[in-house]
Design a protein. Sequence first.
Length: 194
Amino acid sequence: MKKLLTLHGENGGVTTIEFAFVAPAFLLALVGCLDLGQMVYAKGVLDGAVEKAARDSTLETGDTSVADAKVISAMRPIVPGAQVTSTRKSYYDFARTNKGEPLDDKNGDGACSPGEGYTDENGNGSWDEDLGRTGNGGANDVIVYTVRVQYDPVFAVPIVPLDWSRREITAIAVKRNQPFALQDGSYGSTPRVC
């Protein structure tokens, strides 16, 4: 009991105890900032690389595989081991980008149910939720270029309740191909029933 009373005025070692309380929170904040910094930087580089690749692909001589390879090489130093996937959809004009064929959706389920009418704009005989055709399209077509990057973070925050083991960032660029020829096709207006 006497020893406890003599420790009452002792200041030695207080800094060590304070550091023991502050260090875990400080390190967690530091790792969190590094993690967030990597994600924000990767997103910025991805946005720029996708914009450039999309512009390069709009030319008649544009090679989409070369453009995709440039995006991958831009991301590799920032997020090593990342899985990069890209898709391109072409549309006749900007007005129908990422839109489906007009549907008289009587029951409100968002699908083409039996008895509901729709306008077959692309002439394939069935209702399409998205009018886009896979690929880079032709002259004057509008292209939606989407790139998704999945990666394991270098500085993962382990106590966050979300699944932080894998991240995904996405960049989308919408461009019109150069008018290097006459544009093929247009949208039709054939009424059909599901």
